[in-house]
Write a protein that binds this ligand. Sequence first.
Ligand code: HEC
Length: 116
Amino acid sequence: MRRLNFWLLTLSIACTLMIGACPASAQALNGKEMYRNNCKVCHDKGSAQGQYTPMTLTQDQWRNFFKLKLASAHKSVIHPKGGGKLLEQITPDQMKAIQRFAIDHAADSEQPAICG
Ligand code: HEC
C-alpha cells in the first residue's frame, strides 16, 4: 500500500509538471485546439504563407491583426479541412477563443508558446 501511494504521488507530480509546461485551462485548451485546426494548418513550419505561432507576434501585434488584418488577409482563403471560406467556418465566439489563446501566449506574454 505504501508503495502504491508513492507511485500515485509521483504520478500526480508528473502530471502537474506536464500541465505546467503547456498550461491549459478549459478555455485555453479550446483556443489552442482551434488555433491548431484553423490557423496552424496554413501557418505551420515551412508554410508558404509563413509560420505563425502565438509567440511570433506580441500581444499588441495580435490585437492589431485580429482587429485590422485578419479579415482582409483571409478574405478569400479556403479552409483546407472544411472546404468553405475560412471566415465563414469560424464563429465569432470561436475566433475570440483563438484570439485569446494567441494573446495569452504571445511573445511578450507570461507564457509564450510555440505550441499551436
Ligand atoms: C487556408 C489557409 C489559411 C488559414 C487557415 C489561415 N491563414 Fe493566415 N494567412 C494565409 C495567407 C494566404 C496569408 C497571406 C495573406 C497576404 O499575403 O495578404 C495569411 C496571413 C496571415 C498573417 C499575416 C498577416 C499580415 O498581413 O501581417 C497572420 C498573422 C495570419 N495569417 C494568422 C492566421 C490566424 C491567426 C489564422 C486562424 C484564425 C489563420 N491565419 C488562418 C492563409 C491562411
